[in-house]
Design a protein around this ligand. Structure first.
Ligand code: AHM
Ligand code: MG
Length: 305
């Protein structure tokens, strides 16, 4: 975990958000033209501060900052090996209404040689190169879900002691599920294959209609699906023609966890983790969850791309 300390500090702030004057728009727009909430910025700063104080991190890229950051203060001779990509507080539009939000992160080994300054290419690696990934869900209890490529483990924070305990060893997606999570308000703009899949989810059969559940907070929707069995879908839409979610900060780490937990993550045609990124804030369509559900969806997309 890149910074358990930062997760605890952010957790503390998220939990008291209703009490203090920390909520609301800061009148700043982030690199993708979206409104930033104060807690986004707060979480970003805390993670950057704690990560730059570690002697293993050479660079950080954050959803909240246009360019990557070189960790020069602790790494003057460029000897640190790992770069971190992070969405410090995903789903932050939900904070005002007391819905769970999360932190999502990925860790890569730098590609360029030690002794040289880290460059953008060190961050633009395919998800298959991740050495670790995880998320923290600031929910009814706060959990860290984490993989280093050897299965997925969940740790729950004991707030009284400030310690994470292994509470969910070897987490795995049920092979099949009965929950689909999508912002159906955008239905009119979905590709035909996705529209047909949704109709299929709603059709009467032995195990259908499926249940529709959409929180609008990726970490929460994903976490529920992993425990209960389900699929999360964010297709291309008119407003977001390449999809809304970011390949590097959201999709790759969630895809790594999904595959390690026996699930699947695709952009329609390809495995998410096989995509070679071209820019730091690249967006992709994202379909992720129980293996059988994702495979069924892929068939619908193949028939009607
Ligand atoms: P954010 O990174 O700006 O918070 O956006 C990502 C969030 C996800 O948590 C969530 O799944 C999705 O956006 C919801 O989008 P929409 O409101 O379009 O359904
Ligand atoms: Mg996000």
């Amino acid at each position: 975990m890149p910074s358990r300390l930062a997760a605890k500090v952010v957790n503390h702030e998220v939990n008291k958000a209703g009490l203090v004057d920390i909520l609301g728009d800061t009148n700043h727009i982030n690199t993708q033209g979206e409104e930033q909430q104060k807690l986004d910025i707060y979480a970003h700063k805390i993670f950057i501060q704690t990560l730059t104080n570690r002697n293993i991190v050479c660079g950080i890229a954050s959803e909240e900052e246009e360019h990557f950051i070189r960790v020069n203060s602790m790494d003057k001779k460029n000897q640190n090996k790992y770069d971190v990509l992070i969405d410090p507080l995903d789903g932050s539009s939900n904070i005002d209404v007391n819905v769970s939000v999360g932190t999502i992160f990925s860790i890569y080994r730098r590609m360029t040689p030690l002794g040289t300054p880290v460059i953008e290419a060190d961050f633009l690696q395919a998800g298959d190169q991740q050495v670790a990934a995880g998320y923290v869900i600031y929910g009814t209890s706060t959990m860290l879900v984490y993989t280093t490529g050897n299965g997925v483990n969940g740790f729950t924070l004991n707030p009284a002691l400030g310690t994470f305990y292994l509470s969910h060893p070897n987490m795995s997606y049920p092979k099949n599920g009965s929950i689909y999570a999508i912002n159906e308000g955008n239905y009119i703009h979905f590709p035909l294959g996705v529209k047909n899949y949704i109709k299929y989810c709603q059709m009467e059969s032995e195990d259908r209609p499926y249940t529709s559940r959409y929180i609008g907070s990726l970490v929460s929707d994903y976490h529920r699906n992993m425990i209960k069995g389900g699929i999360y879908l964010y297709p291309e839409t008119a407003k977001n023609p390449s999809g809304k979610l970011r390949l590097l900060y959201e999709c790759n780490p969630m895809a790594f966890i999904a595959e390690q937990a026996g699930g699947k993550a695709i952009n329609g045609e390809k495995r998410i983790m096989s995509i070679k990124p071209t820019s730091l804030h690249q967006r992709v369509a994202f379909y992720c969850g129980s293996r059988k559900m994702v495979e069924e969806l892929a068939d619908f997309i193949l028939k009607n791309p």
